[in-house]
Design a protein around this ligand. Structure first.
Ligand code: FEO
Length: 403
């Protein structure tokens, strides 16, 4: 019977042999409405090499794609660029099945894979700058620590000027198109930014360093092959510039107003603040956590200059939906934001103080006095919300002009 899966040729020497996960909808808290891919690559050098593997349940799909090119037992080396289980889940089973001569990973990768799979001495360390001769071509390993885990590394194939970049430059997007130039630019920009915001954002200072290091290395790069989503083979400057922009997080004249509401009082305040911001020329994204997923919020915050958050008081605290998104945002460490808090309450009214305290922990500069209202806001309170919006707008516009 003909196998349904085949490899996709990337260059004369490299094949994509990964798996497409059409149904995944949650990736450790990040919603993935358009699925994902786990990319693995076969380098058909004199010494055949597999770059990364796939999530454990997708091993058969990867094997089928490899078999469409070569007998898997002919693979001599496996390189583990990143040990997170979406790329290493079937590594132990692959080692047992194909018995490669050597498996390589970064020093931290060796330790991490041991802690994940509890197998002895089967993986060899390669350090930053080290090379591996494959006979008719050569691989160079480059440390890419924290993009996405401490073990992360890139692998460069000299003959094809191809960078295997593991999570970097990836996106969660299930498609049968394997190349970015086959996908609309707006889709790439949205999915790439969403992935960056939800996965890479906390490591932005390191992204800028690694991009600088790769540029300084003088290596020519014609193709970037990430571990998720499409492969970049045209106009690489476009995605590299986007990475620089996302990593820099320069504030724009955009405010994100995030709130949850019980009986629409906090919602009315959010609407008043948003109208005032917009009336001053600030772009506004108003997001109700009663309806919005946390992943969408961090996508919107990625290019914002202000974060304004609201919650009513529930049991002396904030609403759970707001606790969820604030915890998520805090962990992703967006920078260069100003902000403020608002909310309604019935009797004790702690929510605004809680929100302000989380904003301060996030190093968001509080740029306007917060507004709290007992029960339903009257026109005087809504006027205060307008003032809050105008104060934030004025401060934000000063900052974005100076950029
Ligand atoms: Fe795609 Fe950090 O794993």
């Amino acid at each position: 019977m003909k196998d349904i899966y085949a490899a996709v040729k990337v260059t004369d020497n490299v094949y994509w042999v990964g798996a497409i996960d059409w149904t995944i909808r949650d990736f450790h808290g990040y919603t993935t409405p358009h699925g994902s891919t786990y990319n693995a690559y076969l380098v058909m050098a004199d010494d055949i090499t597999l770059i990364d593997t796939v999530k454990a349940p997708f091993m058969d799909e990867m094997l089928s794609r490899i078999k469409s090119v070569v007998d898997p037992s002919k693979i001599k080396y496996i390189i583990s660029n990143h040990s997170e289980m979406d790329h290493s889940g079937c590594l132990p089973a692959m080692i047992d099945l194909i018995k490669p001569q050597t498996v390589f990973a970064s020093p931290v990768g060796v330790k991490t894979l041991k802690e994940l799979f509890h197998r002895e001495n089967e993986i060899i360390e390669v350090v930053d700058g080290e090379t591996l001769n494959l006979g008719n071509m050569e691989l160079t390993f480059m440390e890419a620590r924290m993009i996405h885990w401490p073990d992360s590394m890139f692998t460069y194939l000299d003959k094809d000027e191809l960078l295997f970049s593991q999570d970097a430059f990836g996106m969660h997007l299930a498609t049968l198109e394997r190349f970015a130039d086959e996908i609309p630019a707006a889709t790439l920009e949205y999915e790439g930014a969403t992935y960056y915001a939800n996965i890479v954002l906390p490591y932005s200072p390191i992204v800028l360093k690694v991009l600088g290091k790769v540029a300084a290395s003088g290596l020519k790069i014609k193709i970037i092959a990430p571990d998720h989503g499409p492969i970049w083979r045209k106009d690489l400057g476009w995605i590299l510039e986007l990475y620089k922009k996302w990593a820099s997080q320069k504030p724009t004249a955009k405010a994100v107003v995030v709130y949850a509401t019980m009986w629409h009082s906090t919602e009315k305040m959010a609407r008043a603040i948003s109208e005032a911001l917009a009336s001053e020329g600030v772009k506004v994204k108003l997001l109700s956590m009663n309806e919005t997923h946390r992943s969408e919020v961090v996508y919107e915050v990625l290019d914002a200059g202000a974060l304004i958050v609201g919650s009513p008081t529930l049991n002396n605290n904030i609403l759970p939906q707001m606790a969820d998104v604030m915890t998520y945002l805090k962990g992703l460490r967006p920078v260069n934001l100003i902000g403020a808090a608002f909310g309604s309450y019935g009797w004790s009214g702690e929510s605004v103080k809680h929100l302000e305290s989380i904003l301060k922990e996030m190093k968001v500069e509080i740029a306007a006095e917060s507004v709290a209202v007992k029960n339903v806001p009257d026109s005087g309170v809504l006027e205060k919300c307008h003032e809050l919006g105008k104060t934030i707008a004025s401060e934000l516009l000063k900052r974005t002009v100076s950029n």
